[in-house]
Design a protein around this ligand. Structure first.
Ligand SMILES: Cc1ncc(COP(=O)(O)O)c(C=O)c1O
Length: 448
């Protein structure tokens, strides 16, 4: 253990970690980054195949973003966002309204993904309280959902690993069996199905429509559940159902927004406009914490009244609308425009799928390779015929992660799912390395 690691472990409690694991596998202490690569204090490089928790879009230490950040720092770093505003936030909100699905017209700022989800849930609940449907006090969601780790966000999520112990603290959520395309109980195929699995959501919503204020969903990819990809028809059905029952369709685009799925926002694949859309992560391309809740005039209007009516949405965070983060996000959107990012990503996404096929077709441990845009995932299985998963206690993904790090690639599997979610600046040789190292690491782990 080097001196940085010793000092780290003396003082720091890391997220999403069993700290005891660090005894024989201390944290990698990063000194700098450039493009798709990270460099540790000993000079070893790591290809960041997970975009540092799905946030980085245009590489580490990006020159354009650095300049925008530094220029903004010379002007104003942060100002209270109640009664005050600033140009980066105004420019950003205007542009977000322009590029999000038609009908979304107002932007509420927060400062991380979970806090955007909290604000969205409160906004939806509050709207119904103020529009004569006060019986609508609960939310609906799907199995395997992940919306963050504050208590409200955990309540609508469904990954026991993160939430089970906190159940006594959480609100009750209606939960429908979500799409599970790899193990489809209807024997259908995500390429051709009509989202037959939607029937459980439809039934649940019809049975409880008077109690439900909103349905929250991760459009097209349930990332934390293992990059579970499902077809757009599910979202179209959900849109229609929500409209029919005065229920908000809340799209959590925190992980999939900003080009990850091949379109700027995943909802575009289905041609739907949600009532509320949560954005974060890629919005600042991995530079600074920032999030947004984007909504409609109709929802906004329910809060707009004389002060004494006490209808205002009084939700706030100290760092709401941080000027540095907004200036960075504004530059991120300029980069999307100037550098034709979505078109270039199409080529890179094709490279990822070709290389995945080259290395993994016929691999004995791979149950499924699935991909949407710049998200690719290999689901490893103990038995390809039965699709039986490896016992979680084996920590298969963790073992592969450790091997891949020694080979210079940061893959951070989700259970038995090894995924690729690189920054958009990866070049062909980086993609080859990413997929080849995944292959070599899996084979080394299984002794193949
Ligand atoms: C879909 C989704 N929603 C919400 C969150 C929570 O965001 P944050 O980690 O910034 O709180 C995440 C984080 O991974 C996410 O993937």
């Amino acid at each position: 253990m080097n001196i940085f690691q010793q000092r780290d472990l003396k003082y720091i409690w890391h997220p999403c970690s069993q700290m005891k694991d660090y005894e024989d596998f201390p944290p990698v202490v990063i000194e700098r980054g450039k493009g798709a690569y990270l460099y540790d204090v000993d000079g070893k490089s790591y290809l960041d195949a997970v975009s540092s928790w799905w946030v980085n879009l245009f590489g580490h230490a990006n020159d354009r973003i650095n300049r925008a950040l530094s220029a903004q720092a010379q002007k104003i770093e942060h100002v209270i966002f109640a009664n005050f505003s600033h140009e980066p936030a105004i420019d950003l909100a205007e542009e977000i309204v322009r590029i999000t699905p038609a009908g979304l017209s107002k932007v509420f700022f927060a400062d991380n993904g979970s806090s955007a989800v909290e604000a969205a849930l409160k906004m939806s609940f509050h709207y119904h309280q103020q529009t004569g449907r006060s019986g609508k006090t609960k939310f609906a969601a799907v199995t395997d959902a992940y919306h963050g780790e504050t208590l409200g966000a955990l309540s609508v999520g469904d990954l026991d690993l993160y939430s089970k112990i906190y159940k006594p603290l959480m609100m009750n959520t209606f939960r429908a069996a979500g799409p599970d395309c790899y193990r489809c109980p209807y024997g259908e195929n995500r390429g051709t199905c009509n989202a037959e699995c939607f029937e459980t959501m439809a039934r649940m919503v019809m049975d409880h429509a008077d109690e439900i204020c909103g349905v929250i969903i991760e459009p097209l990819v349930q990332c934390a559940a293992g990059m579970k990809i499902y077809p757009p028809v599910y979202l179209r059905k959900l849109r229609e159902l929500c409209t029919r029952h005065h229920i908000h369709f809340i799209a959590d685009e925190i992980a999939v927004g900003f080009g990850r799925t091949g379109k700027m926002f995943a909802c575009e694949h289905a041609g739907v406009t949600p009532d509320i859309m949560c954005l974060s992560k890629g919005i600042t391309a991995g530079y600074l914490p920032l999030s947004q809740v984007v909504t409609t005039d109709e929802i906004y209007s329910a809060f707009y009244a004389d002060y004494a009516e006490l209808k205002a949405f009084l939700h706030s965070h100290s760092y709401t609308g941080n000027a540095l983060a907004c200036a960075v996000a504004r530059e991120v959107l300029h980069i999307f425009q100037d550098e034709d990012v979505l078109a270039r990503n199409e080529v890179k996404a094709r490279m990822i799928s070709e290389k995945a096929a080259k290395w993994f077709d016929g691999h004995p441990c791979v149950g499924e390779y699935r991909q949407l845009g710049m998200i690719g995932a290999l689901e490893l299985v103990a038995d390809q015929k039965t699709k039986a998963a490896f016992d979680w206690r084996k920590r298969v993904g963790y073992g592969i992660y450790r091997i891949a790090l020694t080979k210079g690639v940061l893959l951070r599997p989700l259970g038995n799912v090894i995924y690729f979610m690189p920054p958009y600046v990866v070049e062909e040789e980086d993609i080859e390395k990413m997929v080849q190292v995944a292959f070599a690491s899996i084979n080394q782990y299984f002794d193949l």
